[in-house]
Ligand binder design. Structure first.
Ligand SMILES: [Fe+2]
Ligand SMILES: [Fe+2]
Length: 340
């Protein structure tokens, strides 16, 4: 447990007025939850188990995590913040790691509310912090908060580097992955890509933070695919451009803003492969979808499809199996060979 008075100092002002608790329905969590993911680089995010729909739209049966990262070097830096739902947890984590050090840099890759809700808190806690972003990010920052602080801004362009000491943060634009202002940050020493929403997934981090610690395909893949298709699915060409630009950097770790971190060549290759397929609209498995009207009977339709290809036939049969009519007996011998 972190020093309780220290946290309360921040949560209440001199008059005892509550600064934070009103926004989290009276709940307050002051136990830090951090994990070192590379030397002096820490995950300081948290899980959201209670929001029912992401962006009030997409169901979250498995919750979602909001990731943020803190680097302790000659200079200190936080990469993105979190959603309001875990704001106190996040600020507790940041304050616990920084102890009495100041925060030198606050790097903003993405200004969507699920990642920017605690930015102003950090600026209030560390008024001298340099806020790193591109011009669009600062426009959004001022529109969202109505609290311009131009003296704090450090505008970065494509390839610009912020030097923290051993760690060097290089900025790359990734527009429309997921919003127009999006950048990603590549830490050159550890070859660590802070990828913003890219490579993220729905689903909380349940005790393991790295993709190689879980059965990713069983636990996260469906949510990762659903996340991709709903968040950046229509921006395939932009994702392709970002992949072409970033992959030659020799990435050894991917730290997204949602879901597990990829640290092994196998998991990096796996998720990059999926993104490559999804963004180029290539099927993961070859099949075809045939909308089937219930009045069609399989025996009459199948001979027409047989010459097309086996995958079509397989899809048809799979689709028909959901229709409440028995499969025609003449098809049963074919099912085994189609399934293979
Ligand atoms: Fe986003
Ligand atoms: Fe996000």
């Amino acid at each position: 447990m972190h020093n309780f008075e220290d946290i309360l100092d921040f949560c209440y002002n001199e008059t005892g007025e509550n600064k934070l608790i009103t926004t989290i329905n009276g709940r307050m969590n002051v136990m830090q939850c951090i994990q070192e993911i590379k030397k002096d680089v820490y995950w300081i995010g948290g899980n959201d188990f209670s929001t029912e729909r992401f962006e009030n739209m997409l169901p979250l049966p498995n919750g979602v995590s909001y990731n943020s990262y803190l680097i302790l070097d000659e200079k200190t830096a936080i990469i993105d913040s979190v959603d309001a739902s875990i704001r106190v947890q996040f600020l507790t984590n940041a304050k616990y790691l920084l102890q009495n050090r100041k925060l030198d840099y606050l790097v903003i890759n993405h200004m969507e509310p699920d990642h920017c809700a605690a930015l102003v808190d950090l600026v209030e806690m560390y008024p001298d912090v340099k806020i790193v972003g591109n011009a669009k990010i600062f426009t959004f920052f001022e529109q969202f908060y109505g609290k311009p602080c131009p003296d704090n801004y450090v505008t970065v362009g494509e390839g610009d580097v912020i030097d923290l000491g051993r760690h060097k943060l290089q900025s790359f634009k990734a527009p429309m992955v997921h919003w127009p202002e999006v950048t990603v940050t590549f830490e050159q020493t550890e070859k660590l890509l802070f990828s913003a929403d890219a490579f993220g997934t729905f689903g909380t981090l349940n005790g393991n933070i790295f993709a190689d610690e879980v059965d990713y395909e069983a636990v996260y893949l469906a949510d990762a695919r659903r996340y991709y298709s709903n968040i950046v699915g229509k921006f395939g060409p932009q994702v392709q451009l970002a992949l072409k630009k970033l992959l030659p950097l020799g990435i050894e770790m991917i730290a997204p803003l949602h879901g597990p971190i990829y640290r092994t060549p196998e998991t990096i290759q796996y998720i990059v492969g999926k993104y490559n397929a999804w963004s180029s609209y290539e099927p993961e498995k070859k099949a075809c979808l045939l909308p089937l009207h219930p009045c069609m009977a399989i025996p009459q339709l199948l001979p027409m499809l047989w010459p097309i290809n086996w995958h079509c036939a397989a899809s048809l049969i799979c689709g028909c199996m959901t229709y409440p009519k028995p499969i025609h007996p003449s098809l049963l011998p074919k099912l085994g060979s189609i399934a293979t």
